[in-house]
Design a binder for this molecule. Structure first.
Ligand code: ATP
Length: 262
């Protein structure tokens, strides 16, 4: 492993389902640098989740190579790998019968930490995701708002101090204000903990505003990748189409707000 190695590197990765009938990931090469927040954008079925699941060996590629910090993951123990990677799912995907504290402590518990260390870490994580300890630690998931559930999901993913966080549509089901606040808070956490993050989103605006780099997928292929400015200059028709809505909204808002102050 060298410092120069990308934190995550996909090289010519293919993954099909249904005996090859569905090419979910098709010849994808993509690097994620240490400390980077990369957003993967694309429509339903474009292969985003498959790409993410390949990184922690929830599924195996048909061809190509994936490495984490320079280590080929096909020869890395999947359990050890998952300790280095935290996952956040849509709607939190919390265990409904476990309290907030038990949900957050699940990985440390599986790793055999002692009870005092788990309690201390849980409280630290509640602070980190800005949930009041006393009010939230003993609640159950159904007693939380969608935004609070996602905060617990983030805390759970960070429990064993992973260097990498993979997030699958983490803010998708939330109202726009909560979504915005949570996105900003996560970005701050990403900086503070020096994480490397891959975030899947349907929302190109969210991707452009939150990420250092954006990768656009369609039908299993990577159509464009780069900084928001680079992606916005892409000549791919699909990328231009994706960017049309935020561009139009920004123009209309700009005009409206200008009129409002005139
Ligand atoms: N386990 C599986 N078995 C069969 N087909 C699968 C499986 N997982 C994914 N697929 C198919 O692979 C393609 C890519 O799916 P994937 O979930 O990666 O897309 P996505 O971009 O994440 O979509 P969404 O935004 O709707 O979650 C789809 O056609 C999907 O139906």
């Amino acid at each position: 492993m060298s410092d120069a190695a990308p934190m995550i590197a996909y090289t010519s990765v293919d993954k099909s389902f249904d005996g090859g009938r569905i090419k979910a990931v098709d010849g994808v090469s993509l690097n994620v640098a240490r400390g980077e927040l990369l957003a993967i954008v694309g429509g339903s079925g474009s292969g985003k989740t498959t790409l993410l699941r390949l990184a922690n060996r929830l599924i195996e590629p048909d061809a190509g190579r994936i490495s984490i910090e320079g280590d080929d993951i096909s020869t890395t123990n999947p359990i050890a790998l998952r300790r280095r990677i935290g996952m956040v799912f849509q709607s939190g995907a919390l265990f409904p019968h476990l309290s907030v504290a038990a949900n957050i402590g699940i990985t440390p518990t599986l790793l055999g930490w002692d009870a005092a260390a788990i309690t201390a870490r849980t409280d630290e994580l509640l602070d980190l995701v800005r949930l009041d300890r006393a009010r939230h630690r003993d609640r159950f998931p159904h007693e939380l708002s969608g935004g609070q559930r996602q905060r617990v999901g983030v805390a759970r993913a960070l429990a064993a101090k992973p260097a990498i966080v993979l997030m699958d549509e983490p803010f998708g089901a939330l109202d726009p204000l909560t979504r915005d606040a949570l996105g900003e808070d996560f970005r701050a956490l990403h900086e503070r903990l020096q994480l490397t993050t891959v975030l899947i989103t349907h929302d190109i605006t969210e991707a452009l505003l939150l990420a250092d780099r954006v990768a656009v997928m369609r039908a299993g292929r990577l159509l464009a990748q780069g900084t928001p400015a680079e992606v916005s200059r892409s000549t791919e028709p699909y990328v231009a189409e994706l960017l049309q809505t935020p561009r139009r909204q920004a123009q209309r808002l700009g005009a409206l707000l200008k009129d409002g102050t005139a």
